[in-house]
Structure formats: structure tokens, C-alpha cells
Write a protein that binds this ligand. Structure first.
Ligand SMILES: Nc1nc2c([nH]c(=O)n2[C@H]2C[C@H](O)[C@@H](COP(=O)(O)OP(=O)(O)OP(=O)(O)O)O2)c(=O)[nH]1
Length: 134
């Protein structure tokens, strides 16, 4: 039996908008949009991985908030887990893995070509945002 490995994706919110990131690699994923994040390293919690990845990929500090219920299969052995997070400091820039970023308002979420496996997670995360936003 293969052990499942977790990829953590961040539904990063700031001012009521959600950050979408366009992948620059590998070729089969390039041009599609995703929630920034990456693989957990050994011994790391999902929250720790999320903070590290957002620092590396976007140059920002973020606070994980809550896990979005669900798990989405990726290329085996990986599965996608998603957490909502809020921006604490910095201005997001596509430093690694991405070539474009967009902050999407709730009515703009369908404007980018999300990776198929990200669509349900994005919809759920946006629902959480609508519930918790002032
Ligand atoms: N980060 C991220 N990866 C996703 C999402 N959806 C999705 O299918 N993936 C896939 C793309 C990659 O095959 C894998 C995550 O790899 P990654 O390249 O982001 O991970 P990483 O930063 O840890 O990079 P590395 O170890 O490969 O260098 O999961 C998503 O929303 N976020």
C-alpha cells in the first residue's frame, strides 16, 4: 500500500478577495490556475507547510485559519488539502512556480481556468469567506 502524501493549497484571502496563481510548470499544468502551496515536508504540519510555501512562492506572511472539509486526489500518491488563510504582511509576487497572480472578488472566481481538482475546493473556500466576511 502506498502512503498518501499531502499537498496543501492555500485559499488566501485579503480584503474579501481570493488569490489565484497561474502555474508556470510542469508543461501539463502550466497556464492553469491553482491555490498556491505545495507538498508537506517530513515532520511538517499542514499549517507549517502552508506558511513556508507562501513565503517561498509569494514572499508573503500568512496565517492559516481553517481546513476546508474534503480531500481531492491528484497524481498518486498525492492528495490536495486546502486551508483558508489570511494575508498578514507583504505584497504577493509570483516568485516561484507561477507567472501570474490575481486577487479575485467573489463574482470573479469563474474568470480563471482553475485546475479541475481545485474547482470544488475553491467553491467551498469562497462559501466560507462569504460566511465569515464582515
Ligand atoms: N500547490 C498546489 N499544487 C497543486 C494544486 N492542485 C494540483 O493539482 N496541484 C499539483 C501540482 C503539483 O503536481 C503538486 C504540487 O506540487 P508543487 O510543485 O506545488 O509542490 P512543491 O512546491 O512542494 O514543489 P516540489 O517539491 O515539487 O519542488 O500538486 C494546488 O491547488 N496547489
Amino acid at each position: 500500500m502506498t502512503t498518501v502524501r499531502v499537498v496543501v493549497g492555500a485559499a488566501l484571502f485579503d480584503g474579501g478577495r481570493l488569490l489565484a496563481a497561474r502555474r508556470s510548470a510542469p508543461p501539463e499544468l502550466a497556464g492553469r490556475w491553482e491555490l498556491p502551496g505545495g507538498k508537506l515536508e517530513p515532520g511538517e504540519s499542514a499549517e507549517e507547510a502552508l506558511v513556508r510555501e507562501l513565503r517561498e512562492e509569494l514572499g508573503v506572511e500568512a496565517e492559516p485559519l481553517e481546513r476546508v472539509a474534503g480531500e481531492w486526489p491528484l497524481r498518486p500518491p498525492y492528495v490536495l488539502h486546502v486551508w483558508t488563510a489570511r494575508l498578514l504582511a507583504g505584497e504577493a509576487r509570483p516568485l516561484q512556480d507561477h507567472d501570474e497572480l490575481r486577487w479575485l472578488a467573489p463574482d470573479e472566481l469563474d474568470e480563471v481556468d482553475w485546475l479541475d481538482q481545485d474547482r470544488p475546493a475553491v467553491a467551498l473556500a469562497a462559501g466560507l469567506l462569504r460566511r465569515t466576511a464582515p
